[in-house]
Design a protein around this ligand. Sequence first.
Ligand code: ZN
Length: 783
Amino acid sequence: LPRASRTLKGNKRRAVFDRLIVPKNGYHLPDPIRVLEPDLPTQPVGKRVWITTVILYEISISYEGKPQKNVYRIPFSDIVGDPVSEEKLNTGYEFTTVQGETLLVKWYAANQREDQGLIVHNKSATGSSWYEPNWGQIYGVGLEWIACDGTDQGTIWANRHIGHTNTVTNGSISESIYNKTAPPDHSLVAVRPGLMLGNPEPYRTLWLMGQELPMRVYPAIGPIGKGCIFGFNENVMKFLTVKPPVPPVLAFLGAGTARSDAVNVKWNKDELHEGYTRIGMQVLSGANLITRTNPSYPTDGSLALISNPTTLNHGGANLSSIYFADGTGEVRIRLLLLECDASGNPQYVLNCTETVWHWAAGSNTCPISQESCSGQLPYPVKVESACGGGGSPIQTPTDPTPPSQTSGYAYYCDGSVDPSSIDTSYWVGDRKLPPAAADYIQQQYGVTIDERFWEGRNGWLNLFNKLDMGTTYTRSVITPTDFHKFLFKTLKDLETGSGEMIDAPDWQSFKVWCERSGLSCLTDLQKASLFCSYRLGVPVNFFSSAANYLEGNVLDVLTDALVLLPRGIYDWIDFNDVVSDTGGAVTGAFASDIPVPDFKAFRSFVNFEPQALNFNIGAAKAHRPVDYVKLPGTQWGAVTNVNYSQYYLPNMTDANYKPYVAAEVGIHEIGHAVSYFGLDFYGQILHEMPEWLSISGWSPDAPSKSPSDVSAHLVKTRSASETGGMPKTDANKEAPVTDYGCFHPAEDFAEAYRMYILNPVFLEQKFPKKYAFMLDKVEPMFG
Ligand SMILES: [Zn+2]
């Protein structure tokens, strides 16, 4: 896929530079990976339903362009009350998304059940831009429903826009329904592009929606500053009521007042009953006390149908009059609410009551009693399970663990992909050594670079071991296993757009995701490899010596920092104890490259040592920049009293700094690799360029000096407050960003690069020439 444009404004935190799957606007969008499901169900469910859960899909795009999905599952009773209450229906339910937006979710209780809907209103949204989020980063709204009799259930997704909300006052939303008959998928106002990092990218968002949402793609719509009211599939909605059910009524009116009673029937059926009804009457006993009826109905116990078929859910039947004889005893008359077909033939009994007149001698009025029906009924009873809104009578978990499912990554464990069928070719094409260089390392060192990734990687490690005796690179040589082949397949799939998104925002939830996605055969080290490889887009390998990286949120912090780096700087990352730390020097990380043009096929590799998590917070120079003085003839400098706290990065605290420090060390080292990459790109190592050397006033031969040669160090004896707020060397040049940067032009560059990646605002404001160098020279190398 083509790369998305990167902004050259320099602030990488805001730059959207796609790595894997994001097409540029105008690029023909590939078909979604996922087969879109129809909006279920396709037929009326025909029975009462409960809504048990409201599902909200939040999708955002991380800084490096990866989609991130959060699924909120809210018990429906939290939104409408349990039992349903007016107050809850009015005020709804509020929560904060991971994006930090406060969303108000509320049920829109329309008069027609089909027009009910769900309101999502972003209380945090302000502003007037079309691209301001007006109801959060919510791209999918769904309802889980279950039939009251438990025989049917499913999920329906919002498929139309039936209105919007205006304001929230005193917790109550004002609603505006401007098109409650909007057809499914109808976009009334605008497709909301989402993603506020950099340019709005509607194509990307829509494409991601198709990839990630298990539903019909429904573009979000709605004017700015207004919430959205979503409508759902009427095949479910017409059987749903969130109001308490209207109690069924079946009774005589006016009975028991005289020997000649004028009586009528009042009835009210279950409001969700579909179909025709009519009223039936039977005189069960006491017929000898009935002299006649008007109109004339049988008094022999047979069924009289006393109303016409109707689809209304309430009504009356005019029995008119019953004339009682002047005697003593009981008269029992049964009333039946009957379901019938369209031509009036009864099928079922929906409701049944028996009314008893208790006549006493000489009395012209009598008490009556209502009793339930007993004995043989003329038609079978059809039971309507009573369920209205609010909590379900069926115990459904409020947040059920998603069912175990085989993800698109199950091949790691289930044997569905033959590892020998995976093509791991990597050191080919422009990553293949020129024949002369390949011959040279073969003859000189006995090393061959295999075309396959892992075998070739071993070759490079063997070569480094020969070139640099001080480091035991061969500790990272591995015997490629099936896991390594699968890891390569994963990265290849992601690169070509056929990879599946992993629904886990961080390392801890990733481990849970593995368990329910068919990846429980992996060790934690392998899971960490997959997690980091997925996030960074290159193979990452964890060795047991570096297991301390798997604790807490270390991997989250580290990968969050490393993804700020552009792609293409390094070929892989290892986490392993490779360097033997002796003489008090501790190596936290290193990046290895071979700065010879013939070897440009190899970019670099990065190794994180377990010791990187042992440094103290003072090593976090990008997160908490300091001003310094560096006196002549000394090694390390000293911190001045200039206060740079306004430039501190807030995520890092005194308590959680360790992974941040490791990330800083790693990015410093990668900065060296970037500098050497200049040789491949410009034919000149970046820190040896005259443009770089002149910024801080390095002498032309400074790159050839040893960093331990104190006489070649730059000198800065004044604090920034003594030089107009801008850090200056004693030669009035822009100073290196740290005292360590004064040791050597290469360290100067690596320190500045780390600042550029992690704290570009500080670099831009205090070291504008170094910042400009990053924009002018470094950015084009990866653009
Ligand atoms: Zn360095």
